[in-house]
Design a protein around this ligand. Structure first.
Ligand code: AMP
Ligand code: MG
Length: 640
């Protein structure tokens, strides 16, 4: 098999910068999507950002033996051209129909050999004529568990191209995870095992269906001949995945650690212009009075008053501060969605925190079962750094690292484009002002992060509880009280909301009725916790149900209860890919060769609010039912 892309077509050339879009915008129609070949492809990332100087062109990388590419330290670059490793055999196990649609691919493409070859890394696009599209791996670093880890990078992910959906104009970077070693593989093998690939394949799409921003999964391919050593020998696999951007806070971290200020500026500009599609898409600048921004700065010894350095009296945030705020706001919303749906990432290092605010990097993640703020699915996280309740704080911790990387840019105020500043950075005498100003931006962004987080959390939790309006008292009376109750009685977080959705208000008219309903939230074996009797447990839940009923009546009136139930079921999933379900899927796919379950569970994950899916009733009910007692709050190791 030639490594040269069998898919290489002249289409790819014109598509390089999205030029093909016009071709389809009229009568040909792309309502059902286009073929893989027709999909507009680009490589804006590699065109606009600097390549690894050791292999500056696709040709130089392509002609080098794979081993020559690395692993090694790569400096002055944001990526290295690297091709997927050759594989002997590949079996496409499944695709996500929603991913196909969102990419703009027409249904049925998955049975074409072109598609299978692409998503398994057997062939790839190479647009030579434009010196253009050729696979690449990104260079980044990261703070892991609070310590600086140095260069990391895509050690087993290889990006193939960016594609644009002609209908939505969404642009995605498509990449293969598990396609072999790259310069960033360090000591590892560049492979991914089937077990963790199944988990990523399903959860990416499940989160997307819940409306949680996430990287996506197009397909899962088994490499039957690949034997991968983890805790045992396991089969290898490749997930073809895509995202609006794969840039992470860790990408900036590495540049900062190396003092590469030019590249920080270049990358920040790229993020604003290409990822967010223009500075105009960012939040408007906040104007701050002298008092708010600078009051404490004083420079008597150098005789330079801050307003001279700054050039104006008031201070308006510059565009890099607006970029920082956009990244913070996006991450605030995403972590609010995690908290609202009980999703725990498990490893929120800065290299796993997205610049675009996506849920990113699926290792030992989980949807929590019983509500437990201390829960972490990460077996190795002894300090609970990445536990459920710490997620918002940790995301902010990561964003402060980003603020530090952008510090000079956000602190430079309106002097950010001055030639001397661009060339040499801040003059020594201006440093205190710039630092102070950057700290001000970070502080204010922290407040904004908190506000955006809380708003989104309240919005989502209110929606989950069937509320149409927000009252200040809801936070304590409804949100906190039910969470405390679930925690105290060791009851399931997501089942609570789903079951509540179908409780008719007519069943809650008296205290006695409320207490009778309370037991629907119990596990099959009852409830847990210390110090509760069945009566006191029912009483506590019953009291809450009574308060909730009053609030629902306020919002919906007495005669709209069916609509309220329908609305709640649209936001409270019946199915979630819990740890135990994924374990069963893995066992059946890996040990029993049962591929069909993968399609069924993907279908459930993509339609999480359904009452039934019409596929396999017994299995559906089991997967949506009580989590078997000894399979709750599972943990997994990071090995994947
Ligand atoms: P993660 O724990 O998945 O966030 O990965 C941390 C870093 O290790 C990233 O740079 C990954 O690309 C790299 N990495 C993880 N597993 C492998 C592997 N099997 N081969 C190469 N690099 C890996
Ligand atoms: Mg990672």
């Amino acid at each position: 098999m030639s490594l040269r892309a069998t898919l290489h077509q002249s289409h790819a050339i014109r598509a390089r910068l999205g030029l093909m879009a016009t071709q389809f915008s009229t009568s040909t129609g792309f309502a059902d999507g286009v073929s893989l070949r027709e999909l507009p492809k680009s490589n804006i990332f590699t065109v606009k950002l600097p390549p690894d100087p050791a292999f500056e062109t696709p040709e130089s990388s392509h002609n080098a033996p794979r081993e020559a590419l690395g692993p090694r330290l790569v400096k002055g670059a944001l990526y290295t051209y690297v091709r997927p490793e050759l594989i002997e055999e590949a079996i496409l196990l499944g695709v996500s129909p929603k991913a196909m649609k969102d990419l703009g691919l027409k249904p049925g493409q998955e049975s074409e050999s072109q598609f299978k070859d692409l998503v398994s890394g057997k062939s790839f696009f190479w647009d030579e004529e434009n010196g253009g599209i050729y696979p690449w791996a990104q260079c980044y670093g990261g703070w892991q568990f609070g310590s600086w880890a140095g260069q990391l990078g895509d050690g087993r992910a290889i990006s193939l191209f960016e594609s644009t959906n002609l209908k939505t104009n969404m642009r995605f970077e498509l990449q293969l995870k598990g396609a072999g070693r790259t310069p960033y593989s360090r000591f590892a093998d560049g492979k991914a095992v089937l077990r963790s690939s199944i988990r990523e394949f399903i959860v990416s799409e499940a989160l997307s269906a819940l409306g949680v921003p996430t990287t996506r999964a197009l397909s899962l391919t088994l490499l039957p001949k690949s034997k991968v050593l983890r805790e045992r020998i396991e089969p290898g696999a490749i997930v073809a995945r895509f995202a609006e951007s794969w840039l992470r806070i860790g990408t900036f971290d590495l540049l900062r650690a190396r003092g590469d200020r030019d590249m920080i500026r270049k990358l920040a500009t790229f993020v604003a212009e290409e990822v967010f599609r223009g500075w105009g898409a960012l939040p408007a600048a906040m104007s701050l009075s002298e008092d708010q921004s600078m009051s404490s700065i004083d420079h008597p010894e150098r005789g330079v008053p801050w307003n001279e350095i700054q050039g104006n009296q008031g201070f308006e945030e510059n565009r890099f501060a607006r970029l920082y705020r956009e990244i913070a706001r996006r991450n605030a919303k995403t972590v609010a969605a995690w908290q609202s749906y009980g999703f725990v990432n498990g490893v929120l290092n800065t290299d796993n925190t997205s610049i675009y605010g996506l849920s990113l990097d699926y290792g030992p993640f989980a949807f929590m079962d019983n509500f437990d703020p201390h829960y972490t699915p990460n077996h190795d996280d002894h300090l609970l750094r990445y536990s459920y309740k710490n997620q918002p704080t940790i995301i902010w911790w990561n964003l402060v690292r980003l603020g530090e990387s952008l510090g000079e840019l956000i602190g430079a105020g309106d002097q950010v484009d001055e030639e001397r500043f661009v060339r040499e950075g801040m003059a020594e005498h201006a440093a205190p002002v710039v630092i102070k100003r950057a700290e001000g931006v970070i502080d204010r962004t922290g407040k904004e992060f908190r506000a955006v987080f809380l708003n989104e959390y309240k919005r989502l939790m209110g929606r989950r509880l069937g509320l149409k309006t927000q009252k200040v008292s809801d936070f304590n009376d409804l949100f906190s009280e039910i969470l405390d109750t679930l925690e105290a009685l060791e009851l399931d977080f997501n089942h609570f909301f789903r079951r509540l959705s179908s409780v008719p208000l007519a069943d809650l008219e008296t205290k006695a009725k409320c207490e009778e309903v309370a037991s629907i939230f119990f596990h099959s074996e009852g409830f847990g916790g210390i110090g509760y009797t069945e009566n006191s447990a029912k009483e506590r839940i019953g009291r809450w149900l009574g308060n909730w009923r009053t609030r629902i009546l306020e919002d919906w009136g007495p005669s709209n209860d069916l609509e309220r139930q329908v609305a709640m079921k649209k936001v409270n999933p019946n199915f979630l890919p819990r740890g135990w379900v994924l374990d069963e899927v893995i066992e059946r796919v890996e040990l029993r060769g049962d591929q069909e379950i993968l399609g069924r569970v993907m279908h459930m994950a993509l339609n999480p609010f359904n009452t039934e899916w019409g596929l396999c009733r017994e299995e559906e009910e089991r997967f949506c039912g009580d989590v078997p007692r000894y399979k709750r709050a599972m943990m997994c190791s990071c090995s994947s």
